[in-house]
Design a binder for this molecule. Structure first.
Ligand SMILES: CC(C)(COP(=O)(O)OP(=O)(O)OC[C@H]1O[C@@H](n2cnc3c(N)ncnc32)[C@H](O)[C@@H]1OP(=O)(O)O)[C@@H](O)C(=O)NCCC(=O)NCCS
Length: 203
C-alpha cells in the first residue's frame, strides 16, 4: 500500500493490489472507501483522481437588454443557457473530453435578475459516477451600483463524458477536499440514486 497525498481529514491511498481485508471496503458506485478509525478513507485503485478545485469555475456576465423582456427582467431561458454552458465547461475540465448534458434537475428561480445586474455563476463537480458527473451551479445576481447580491437560482446538471466515438467514457474519480465539498458529495450521491430510480421506473 502506498500513501499518496494527505488531506485534512483524508488520506488518499493507492493500492498496488486489493487490501488484505476486503470486507472493510465500501463500494459506492465504483468509488471505493474503507472505514478506518471512524473516518472515511478515500481509496483510489491506481486510477486518475482530481480535486473539485481542479475544475471549478466562476463566471461573471453583465446582463444586457438582449437577455431580457421589455420590462427589463432577464429570461429564465437565458439563465438556463448560461448554467448549461458553465456546467459543460466544468465537466470538460474534469473529464478532459467532450461532454453532453443528460439532465438538469428541477430548477427554482428564487429572485428576479434585472438588466444591468452582474450574473455570477459558481460551478463545481459535486460527484462522479462512471461516465457521468453532477455539476452544481449557484447563480447570484449583483447590482453593481448598490453592491446588493441575491441568490437568484441553483441547478444540478448531470453531464456525461463521451469518447471519440460519442460513447460514454469513464471519468477521473473525484476527491472532495473541504467539509463543504464532502457534504455536497454525499448529497449528490443521494440525488444520483433518486435519479437512477426515476430513470428505471420510466423504462
Ligand atoms: C446522455 C447520453 C450520452 C447517455 O447515453 P446512454 O447510451 O444512455 O448511456 P448510458 O445508459 O451508459 O448512460 C451513461 C451515463 O449517463 C447517465 N444518464 C443517462 N441518462 C441520464 C439522465 N436522463 N439523467 C441523468 N443521468 C443519465 C447514466 O446514469 C450513466 O451514468 P454513469 O456512467 O455515471 O453510471 C445520451 O442519452 C445522449 O447522448 N443524450 C443526448 C445528450 C444531448 O444531446 N444533450 C444536449 C441537450 S439537447
Amino acid at each position: 500500500m502506498k500513501i499518496g497525498v494527505s488531506f485534512p481529514n483524508y488520506l488518499l491511498i493507492q493500492f498496488n493490489e486489493p487490501p488484505s481485508k476486503p470486507d472493510e471496503i465500501v463500494l459506492v458506485n465504483n468509488q471505493k472507501y474503507i472505514e478506518a478509525r471512524d473516518q472515511l478513507v478515500w481509496c483510489v485503485f491506481m486510477e486518475e483522481a482530481k480535486k473539485v478545485s481542479d475544475s471549478a469555475l466562476t463566471s461573471v456576465r453583465w446582463m444586457f437588454p438582449s437577455d431580457a423582456n421589455p420590462a427589463g427582467n432577464v429570461f429564465g431561458g437565458a439563465i438556463v443557457r448560461y448554467i448549461d454552458e458553465i456546467a459543460a465547461a466544468v465537466a470538460q475540465r474534469h473529464a478532459r473530453s467532450n461532454v453532453v448534458i443528460a439532465s438538469m434537475d428541477r430548477m427554482d428561480f428564487h429572485r428576479p435578475v434585472r438588466v444591468g445586474d452582474l450574473l455570477i455563476l459558481k460551478a463545481s463537480v459535486n460527484y462522479v459516477g462512471n461516465s457521468s458527473m453532477e455539476v452544481g451551479v449557484r447563480v447570484e445576481a449583483e447590482n453593481p451600483r448598490t453592491g446588493e447580491i441575491v441568490h437568484a437560482a441553483s441547478a444540478y446538471c448531470t453531464m456525461v463524458a463521451l469518447d471519440e466515438n460519442g460513447r460514454p467514457k469513464r471519468v477521473p474519480r473525484l476527491i472532495p477536499d473541504t467539509e463543504e465539498e464532502k457534504r455536497r458529495f454525499l448529497e449528490a450521491q443521494r440525488r444520483r440514486e433518486e435519479r437512477l430510480k426515476l430513470l428505471d421506473s420510466k423504462t
